[in-house]
Every structure is written in structure tokens, then in C-alpha cells.
Design a protein around this ligand. Sequence first.
Ligand SMILES: Cc1cc2nc3c(=O)[nH]c(=O)nc-3n(C[C@H](O)[C@H](O)[C@H](O)COP(=O)(O)O)c2cc1C
Length: 325
Amino acid sequence: MTIQVTRVGRLNSEQVNSVLRSATLAPSTHNTQPWLFRCTGTGIEVHADPRRILPATDPDGREIVLSCGAALFTLRTAIHALGFHPATILMPSRTDPDLLAVVRPLAERTPDPKVVRLAGAIPRRRTNRRPFVSNVVPKTTLTALRHATELEHAWMSSLDVEQCRLLRDLTARARREQLADPAFLAELDRWTGLGASTRDGVPSYAMEGSPADESWLLGEFGEDHSTTLPLPLVVVIGSLTDERLDRLQAGQALQRVLLAATCAGLDASFISPPIVVRGAHAELRRLLGCGVWPQVLLRVGYGSPLPWTPRRPLEDMLLDTLISA
Ligand SMILES: Cc1cc2nc3c(=O)[nH]c(=O)nc-3n(C[C@H](O)[C@H](O)[C@H](O)COP(=O)(O)O)c2cc1C
């Protein structure tokens, strides 16, 4: 069934349908897809869906905003690639913190070929939790990923071998703390290792070949001796302050980085325990040592192809939008 949503600004209903479907392909914690969209006559609103908060996995509500930021960047990119300017207002409401952004498709323009390439990577991007091969990520590619982060008003650094050694220990401790919490275990059980027919959550085939303990992911191949960086790379995306707006921008930066990495033939997976466990997050800040707030930790390298992870039907993610089948 093709859902026909209302037209929005200069986008006809088919184009609205297409950009919304693209946005739903963004990554999200445990594939909760915690976003809602409302189409008004002039713009597309992006909301966090409070029913999809994970209180034990994401106690500070950081990752739900990061996930919505990733969906927002995907929406903007898809609109741009169709040849419209996605004018975006972040956090437009003083009274509704779940209304994260409004995107207004404005004047037609020739799309930037670089953004068209990013848009082409939207359906190809995957979270790859499997072992990577030992090839070194070229310095120019790492610079391009840093640049992608900065375009979205966030900051990126790559961790050296010594920092990764400390991170491995920190990740293992944070993971143990999570696994000792029955509420965390219940969420893990609800959202991961699911059958192939699931429309949300992480199916077991997406986790095959991945260890339960993320600390294994660090330093699989030792070190690139020309740079003292580990193989594969570990990068952190951070912000200068830690407000909801910073998390939203970091989420947009995350998706720009992941799409740029996909274009460069790279894969990535997430290392979340030191980000979401409060004590570990404070330790991670000290480990990074430059006063920034870490928002996302990624392992980046060259992996093997993976099947995609399913998404819910678009109509489940629409608020008060005219739909006809
Ligand atoms: C903020 C954030 C945190 C995540 N944390 C983890 C994690 O700790 N472990 C993991 O295996 N995947 C993690 N993921 C990846 C999601 O599980 C993945 O995006 C989701 O299952 C959809 O799959 P896809 O990225 O292949 O489309 C995270 C994703 C986001 C956006």
C-alpha cells in the first residue's frame, strides 16, 4: 500500500512520502525509531516520541534526541537531493520540548552533488557489529569525517591507542553495571535478538558475529604505527555544552558522518555503555581531557555486507497528517 500524505510547501505528496520514508532509515538506539512527523501545509515537524523512551538504557534521554537528530539530518538531506532548500528551525517551541525541529522545503535549487551522494547512501548505511578487516582508514577520509561533524556544529576526535586501552576497561565496567540492572536487562530482552518478522527492535541476524561485550570491539588489529591510532578507528562526536539542542546537533552530525563513511566504503558500530552510564560518562570526559561532552562513540573501519534492519510502517510515525491509501 502506498500512503499518500498531504503536500508540504513545494513538495508534492509523493515527494513528502519519499523524504519521510528516507528519514525513517536513520539509526536509533535498539531500532526503537523514536520519532514522529507532523506535516503542516508549510513544513514537516520532527518530534521525539515519548512512548519510545528507554528509561533504563538511556536514563538521561540523550540517545532518543541523538536518534531523532539522525532522522532530522536524513530528512534534510533527502529534501535537498530532490532540489529544494530544507530551511530548518531547531527546538522551535518553548512549551513543547518534544518538538525538536521544523523543516520547510523552500525554493527549488540545483542540488549539491555532494549532498546527492550522501542521499544515495541513506538506504545503504548499516550498523555493522561484525569484525572488520585490518585496512587502515586513509588520513584524508578521517579529515573528511571530521569536516562532516563540524558542518553540523559538533566536534570529532579520534582516540589513540592508549585512550582506547582505558576506554576498553571503562566500557567493560559500564557494561557490567548495565547488566546488573534488571530493568536494563528487561529492555535488552524486549528490543534485541528478535525474529525476522519484527518491524522495530534489533533482529538476531543483525547481531550475528557480534560479541555481547563491546569492549571486544576496541583494538581488534592493534595499531596503525604511522599514526598511533588503533585499528579499527574509534572516534567520538562531542559538543561544547550538553543541552538538548547540543544532542540534537550531535545526532545530525552523527548521521552526516555515517553517510559520509558509507560513501567512503566504511562501516561503523556504536559503543554506548560509557556514553549512557552516568559515572562512566564523567570518566570518559576526563579521559578525553578537553572539556567537551561526549555524545557518541563509534568504531569505524571496513566490514563485510549486511542485510538491512526493518522499519515500522510510515503511518505509525505520523501525527495528525492527512493520509489516503
Ligand atoms: C544513539 C545510538 C546509540 C546506539 N547504540 C548502540 C549500541 O550500544 N550497540 C549496538 O549494537 N547498536 C547501537 N546502535 C545502533 C542501533 O541498534 C541501530 O541503529 C538500529 O538497530 C537500526 O539498525 P541500522 O543502523 O543498521 O539501520 C545505536 C544507534 C544510535 C542512533
